[in-house]
Every structure is written in structure tokens, then in C-alpha cells.
Design a binder for this molecule. Structure first.
Ligand code: BGC
Length: 420
């Protein structure tokens, strides 16, 4: 289990990225609903909700348990149910997210309906439908396919149920009210930076360290239906491109487009297979791959397995390339400690959960949650007001300070490579 249930405010909430043009939203749709319209809409929704509730209350005193009843702005938390939809239990981070959101909401007095969808899109849609039918007062949703929930969210809007997108943006709907996440573009920058550090091109402070290569690298991205995958890849490519342009880095396969390097559902086996294919198609002439940009620890482990099976050795020292990651999953943290995987990105799920809870409380008390970014997360219909948290690069030498001292993993868990 992850230690610590959160409860403290994030120590270093990210400042919103300003519109410096450093990156654009990953899809081409135009913003059709500016924030002001969204605010008006929400006020209308709450007014409408108030009206419906007033009628309902006049008709019968007191709502049933779990019903979307009672004026949320005055309701006792114990009368309110929050539906929490999480994508999958096959990855530790989502279990940690679900646990943290549930326990923090329960501490605040709310009833929680937490569901995991085994990475199956229809299952998640059905779970959300059921949450609405059972009378959820607010939804927190970490989507599987960010484009597949428009119907569910329309049903939520029709009943005045606020929706918070959790970590992954929900796209193509105006009915998402708020977004809590990390600075996903910066996560990609950090992944690429750690690759450059591992290759000796940059030092840990980000200064040029002298290595000029050329180094052969390969690129992996996440699932194309996850908005985050585009942000991670864009941040990473903006960081790597100058070194590709000056010949320090060579993507030997030539596969540099996200569509060529994506990994559906972020699956380890899929990544392993693609790495095996790359080794056969591109490196059977005896050349070696020196670095691999990996966007997620499960994918990293698939890549590492393929490389080890192909005779690259058991550790970086023995010849494995530099492989990056994300999520500080315990199996990968041990690999980093043992010099097998080079880095990961730590996103403290306790802090994200806390932000989701604070935002949920704001809605349920009739307020607007505090956003620190109102520019970057265009979901294809509108820019969704967002709260972004910061992440950290984990290397072997800061596992202690970042992960153990903060109580995210214990020393024993890191040594075992397993959550206890
Ligand atoms: C999350 C990452 C995670 C990935 C795979 C993304 O949406 O932001 O933290 O590694 O999904 O689960």
C-alpha cells in the first residue's frame, strides 16, 4: 500500500503555463466556447438545479439516500454521493489514485461510489451511467478514452451534476466543468531531459555536459485516445528536436510521429513487441540503440525486457540503453535503484487526489474551484479550467528524498520492488 493518505495542501502547486506559444493543444478543433460562456452555463445549470430541487423538495421532504437531492450548497456532506470512475487496476498509480480520492472524500464526510473499468470503454460508460442513475451529486472521472464519454456527461449535465476530469482530459463535450492534473507538457520535457542526462548530453542541472554522440534513440508514446499522451510527447519532442537537428541524436528507425510510436492502452506487452520489432528491423546490422524515450513505467519494463532478451545485458552498466518512464511504479523504482531503468517521473497522486477533493467541495458548496491554468486544455469544445500540479524526475540518487522521505514508498518496498 502507498503510505500516507494526504491531507496536507500541495507543497508546490504549479503556476499556470502562460500562453507563450510553447505548445498547442494536441487536436485541431477550434475553441467554440470561451470560459465566460462556460461560467454562464454553469450558473444556469446550478440555477436550474436549484429550481428542480425546490420543486422536488416541495413535493417530498428530504431526498432518499444517494439521490441527487437536497440543495448541494447547503447539504450535509453525508447526504452527498460522489461517483469516482477510474480506468484500470492493472496499473498501480490508478489504484493509488482511487484509494486516495476515496479516503480523502470519506474523511470530508462524503459517500463515495468508486468504480474501476478494467480499461474497457463500454464498462466505464456503463459505470458512469449507473452512478448518475443512482443519484450521484458529483462525478470525478479518469477516462479510458477521453473522447468516448460525451453521452454520459450530457446526462450528468441534464441533471445538474458537476463533472471533474481527473488527470486525463475528457474531450468533445462542453459538460466537463473542471480538470485536475499535472503539468503534462512539462512531464514530457522532464522525460526527455532525463534521457539527455542519461546519455551525458546534459548534467543533472540541465547544463550541456559535453557528450555529442551521435546516439541512436527510439521513441515511444502512450495511448492516442488519452489526451495526456499528446502533451507528454509534445513536451518531449520539443526538448529532443534540437539534438536531433544537430545530429547528436539519431532516431534510427525514422519513426518520429506520435501515430507511429503510440502504444494503445499503454500496454507493456504492446511496447515489448514494438521494441522487439524495432531491434529486428533497425538494429540487426549490429548497431546499438543507446536510449529510449518511454512515457510510462509499464511501457519501460516492456522495452527493457525486449532489450535484455536481445542480449543488451542486465543493467545500464552492462550495456542496456537509457530508458525513461513515468509514475514511479514500485517495480520500476527498484529497477532504477538497481541501475536497470534510468529514470521515472514522480507524480504525487496524493496531491492530485487532494486537489480533486478540494475542487469537488467547491462545486458542492456552490463555488467555483480555483484554477491555475485557463489556457492550455482545450477539449475540442471549450478550454476547461484546470489546476495543474508539478512533477519531479526520479533518478537513482534521489529515490530516498523524493519517494521514501515523502512517505510515498517505504525503504522495504523499494528494496523488494513490491507494494506491501
Ligand atoms: C497518466 C500517466 C499514466 C498513463 C498510463 C496517463 O493518462 O497521466 O500518469 O502513466 O496514463 O496509465
Amino acid at each position: 500500500m502507498l503510505a500516507g493518505g494526504g491531507g496536507e495542501r500541495p507543497r508546490h502547486a504549479a503556476q499556470g503555463r502562460t500562453g507563450d506559444g510553447a505548445y498547442s493543444v494536441p487536436f485541431d478543433d477550434e475553441v467554440s466556447n470561451p470560459l465566460e460562456e462556460e461560467k454562464d452555463m454553469k450558473s444556469i445549470r446550478f440555477v436550474a438545479l436549484g429550481g428542480v430541487l425546490a420543486l422536488g423538495l416541495a413535493a417530498c421532504s428530504g431526498g432518499g439516500a444517494g439521490s441527487s437531492s437536497g440543495d448541494e450548497t447547503n447539504a450535509d456532506p453525508s447526504d452527498l454521493t460522489i461517483g469516482v470512475a477510474m480506468p484500470t487496476e492493472t496499473s498501480e498509480r490508478w489504484i493509488a489514485d482511487g484509494d486516495a480520492v476515496k479516503s480523502q472524500l470519506e474523511e470530508a464526510g462524503y459517500t463515495v461510489d468508486l468504480q474501476y473499468a478494467a480499461d474497457d470503454i463500454p464498462t466505464q460508460a456503463q459505470q458512469i451511467d449507473q452512478m448518475i442513475t443512482k443519484g450521484a451529486d458529483l462525478l470525478i472521472v479518469a477516462s479510458i478514452d477521453g473522447t468516448a464519454l460525451a453521452n454520459q456527461l450530457q446526462a450528468a449535465a441534464d441533471q445538474g451534476i458537476p463533472v471533474i476530469a481527473y488527470d486525463r482530459l475528457i474531450r468533445d463535450t462542453e459538460n466537463v466543468d473542471f480538470y485536475v492534473t499535472f503539468d503534462n507538457y512539462n512531464v514530457g520535457v522532464q522525460q526527455a531531459t532525463s534521457l539527455l542526462v542519461g546519455l551525458g548530453i546534459l548534467d543533472a542541472e540541465g547544463n550541456e555536459a559535453g557528450a555529442t554522440g551521435p546516439f541512436n534513440i527510439e521513441l515511444f508514446a502512450g495511448s492516442l485516445d488519452d489526451n495526456n499522451a499528446h502533451f507528454f510527447f509534445k513536451g518531449a519532442m520539443d526538448t529532443l528536436q534540437p539534438y536531433i537537428d544537430n545530429g547528436t541524436l539519431v532516431v534510427k528507425s525514422g519513426q518520429t510521429e506520435i501515430e507511429q510510436v503510440a502504444t494503445l492502452r499503454w500496454l507493456q506487452e504492446t511496447a515489448q513487441k514494438r521494441m522487439e520489432d524495432l531491434l529486428t528491423s533497425t538494429y540487426s546490422d549490429g548497431t546499438k540503440v543507446n536510449g529510449v524515450l518511454s512515457p510510462y513505467d509499464g511501457i519501460s519494463r516492456g522495452i527493457i525486457t525486449a532489450l535484455q532478451n536481445a542480449g543488451y545485458g542486465d543493467s545500464i552498466e552492462a550495456g542496456l540503453p537509457i530508458v525513461t518512464g513515468q509514475d514511479a511504479e514500485i517495480a520500476s523504482v527498484k529497477l532504477i535503484k538497481d541501475g536497470v531503468q534510468f529514470s521515472t517521473i514522480f507524480k504525487d497522486t496524493r496531491k492530485l487526489a487532494e486537489q480533486a477533493v478540494v475542487s469537488a467541495q467547491a462545486f458542492l458548496e456552490g463555488d467555483e474551484p480555483e484554477a491555475n491554468n485557463t489556457e492550455d486544455y482545450d477539449n475540442g469544445v471549450k478550454v476547461v479550467p484546470s489546476f495543474l500540479l508539478e512533477s519531479d524526475i526520479v533518478y537513482a540518487d534521489n529515490i530516498q528524498s523524493l519517494l521514501i522521505d515523502s512517505g510515498y514508498w517505504t525503504e522495504e518496498e523499494v528494496a523488494a520492488g513490491q507494494a506491501s
